[in-house]
Write a protein that binds this ligand. Structure first.
Ligand code: FE2
Ligand code: FE2
Length: 283
């Protein structure tokens, strides 16, 4: 039977006039995700089909992976220097994020802020993953970039509700509680609904769904915990997040899942590569 959450979600999404479809570039990259030997030419050709995305991928690659070195100038150069998988992740995440930027008028600054926050969470989660679970670094970046995609849906399609959520938030509610009060569901519910519609891998869906409540996840717990912690670190440093804090409660069981202490996290946090926050790239 449909529960209250499902019902609220169904009613809400019925009001979305025309949801963007999965961009071609993302669809092609997702098709290569399990293909470790996909050629450099294939990824280069895919990214080059969309010059706006290609430009953002290069900017991001330079900032996030190549801080002080010689800049990468072409997608091929980026693949060579930064690695096929990293470039693929960046192109996928960015192509999915930017589709909500089209025709922005109202709340454009909110969009920009959510985007910056998402990039920060992607970069931070990736850096933490490299310290505690290297094999998840790639996925941590993509999941971090997409974890708040539900916020972009609310921001784009539900102007009036978005304003009410922000008002409630400014009155002191956590963001997810404000969303529950206004919409009956949260941006995590909307995000995972969209990710499912787009057929994103379940590991990414889990990270989106549980990023505010990592102990509720039954699968992919490491990745979920990475995004929860990455989100908290990004918020703590006010990297692109809504002005007043806190946005959500921190669930310290995420640290247990990662097998690290508060102190370890502090050490990791102080060692984060600050070069890697491409704050002004996405104006
Ligand atoms: Fe969130
Ligand atoms: Fe977030």
């Amino acid at each position: 039977m449909e529960n209250g959450n499902d019902k609220a979600l169904r009613i809400l999404v019925q009001k979305i006039p025309k949801l963007p479809t999965l961009p071609m570039i993302a669809e092609r990259i997702l098709g290569m995700v399990d293909d470790d030997v996909a050629s450099v030419e294939a990824i280069e050709e895919t990214i080059a089909q969309d010059p706006a995305i290609a430009a953002k991928v290069l900017s991001f690659a330079n900032a996030a992976f190549y801080g002080s070195g010689e800049p990468v100038l072409s997608v091929r150069d980026a693949v060579m220097k930064i690695g096929f998988k990293n470039i693929r992740s960046i192109a996928l995440g960015i192509s999915l994020m930017t589709i909500f930027s089209e025709n922005r008028e109202k709340f454009a600054s909110a969009y920009h802020r959510i985007f910056l926050h998402s990039v920060s969470v992607g970069v931070i989660s990736r850096q933490i993953a490299e310290k505690v679970a290297g094999e998840l670094a790639d996925k941590a970046f993509i999941a971090g970039l997409l974890h708040d995609i539900g916020q972009l849906v609310i921001n784009k399609y539900f102007d009036e509700e978005y304003q009410r959520i922000i008002d409630e938030f400014n009155q002191g509610l956590f963001l997810v509680d404000a969303e529950k009060k206004v919409l009956g569901i949260t941006h995590a519910d909307i995000g995972v609904w969209l990710a499912d519609k787009w057929n994103l891998p379940t590991v990414i869906q889990d990270a989106i769904e549980f990023h505010h409540m990592p102990s509720a996840a039954t699968d992919n717990r490491m990745l979920v915990a990475l995004i929860h912690v990455g989100n908290a670190v990004a918020s703590r440093h006010s990297l692109g997040i809504i002005e007043s804090e806190p946005v959500n409660a921190f669930d310290s069981s995420a640290l247990d899942i990662l097998g690290i202490s508060e102190k370890d996290l502090e050490t990791i946090e102080s060692g984060l590569d600050k070069q890697a926050f491409p704050g002004e790239l996405f104006q």
